[in-house]
Design a protein around this ligand. Sequence first.
Ligand SMILES: [Zn+2]
Length: 249
Amino acid sequence: MTTIVSLHAHPDDEALLTGGWLSQRARAGDRVVVAFATDGAAGLATRSVSGPRLGDLRRAEAERAAGRLGVARVVWLGYADSGMRTAPTRVPHRFVDVPAEEAARRVAAILDEERATVLTGYDDNGGYGHPDHVQVHRVARLAQSLAARRPALLEATIDRTCLVRLLRWIGPAARLLPGITVPGSDIFSDPADVTATVDVRDALPAKLGALAAHASQATGGIRTIAILRRLPPPLARRVLGTEWFREVP
Ligand SMILES: [Zn+2]
């Protein structure tokens, strides 16, 4: 049996970036473990919930989403959400302030305990540059080297050209997406750097179910999940029905 440990920065990243593939692997009989660095307390607040209570809510949503993806175990590393570069949080124990090696030792301990053969992290841009995502990139690379049995490392990413098409479709609303601007070379990956393009269309119901579980991030205003769930079917199949990885040699 293959065991996959999928490291993510915040609840909903697992569904957005890797939900289809994790669901496929779980269905095929692999053991899937998702580890979250933070509870996403700096995420999009709902009308009635913000701050630490938002963290509690997002943890509950993530557990529900994990159930829909067939995840066997959810691990919370318990660091604080660092917030976006333009809106950093001012709380103790932020993930971005923790030495990468310290967090990596904890991830390596999970890899050892699970006898994991595959670890997932993020590309070197940390996707769209969120400090916690860049930190996941660093921590996963270090954890791979610290594990007793070195796992394969797949870095979740998005083919940048696909994102351009999405942003073109949503038009002026793209400006309002948190942290995402029209892609330059500093977000996600050039298609040439993608080593695995995974067709996850057969896992779309599970992936959409997991996205729906992250309800606090999907209601009201211009929100990434809300936009993704409203895509016209051909674009949804392209954007949500494909997942991209870079295998670290
Ligand atoms: Zn995130």
